[in-house]
Design a protein around this ligand. Sequence first.
Ligand code: 8YV
Length: 327
Amino acid sequence: PSKKPLVIVTRRLPDVIETRMMELFDTKLNLDDKPLSQAQLVEAVKTAEILVPTVTDRIDAAVLSQAGPKLRLIASFGTGVDHIDIKTARQRGITVTNTPGVLTEDTADMTMALILAVPRRLTEGERLLRDGEWSGWGPTHMLGNRIWGKRLGIIGMGRIGTAVARRAKGFGLSIHYHNRRRVHPDLEAELEATYWDSLDQMLARMDIISINCPHTPATYHLLSARRLKLLQPQAYIVNTSRGEVMDENALTRMLDRGELAGAGLDVFEHEPAVNPKLLKMDNVILLPHMGSATIEGRIAMGEKVIINIKTFADGHTPPDRVLETMF
Ligand code: 8YV
């Protein structure tokens, strides 16, 4: 048998995954679990045959220009690939894979949790109780906005967007969506979903917006200051995709002025930094990018990484190869 490929993993992964990777490959782990600095990342691409990065590694053209001749595969641990310059990688003959599918339902659950929690003031109520400020039930205390019967506008009707729509329908929301193209008529019928070709028109009519599209050059600041202004003042916005899809400062300004009812954010433009004004707002729920953070999901992601590496090392096209033409 041929010699085991040198695999460099940039973050700690679940134990079972690390153990299996050590058995199968010549695996180097980052026992620190601190995100690599750009210099450490360059060091890794210089020596690895296969790199396993995560969302916290920015693998841009500058990093790739320093890649050693042995680097053949970047098997990313995650679905979003906006942290990797796919085109430059391909031009340098480096294959890129991701882990789609296995985190769809978990991310949709977290999205649904925010859709429910923000209008019903879940974390605000809990903070009040923990702070000892609950003096007893009152008919006008902690009133939120009803979720049932409202219009949900989903931006990006891919795997996650569809899984959000299925859940939301069960909660009595009507489903609206904007996507580059319409989904299959059977799916539209199942969800009783309304397609909006114009994002602007959809934004102006929704009660809750959920962002579920990937971050690509075409979706950077898709929710710009201008577009956010189209939302009704009683609208809520939830983002579990990527912070870059929305202009975070413009959103913060609008929330500050009371031009939006609230927001649920699991992702930010400059993670782990968060606009400090958001931290002071009661009508905002802020989560540390935990949409897919389940034990089961992380193991499934790791298994996908292993299958991609194994298939590639055996000389075949890995199942989750990513091409820039996919976006
Ligand atoms: C992960 C994610 O937290 O897969 C993604 O795109 O954002 C999350 O599931 C992260 O990507 C792991 O690298």
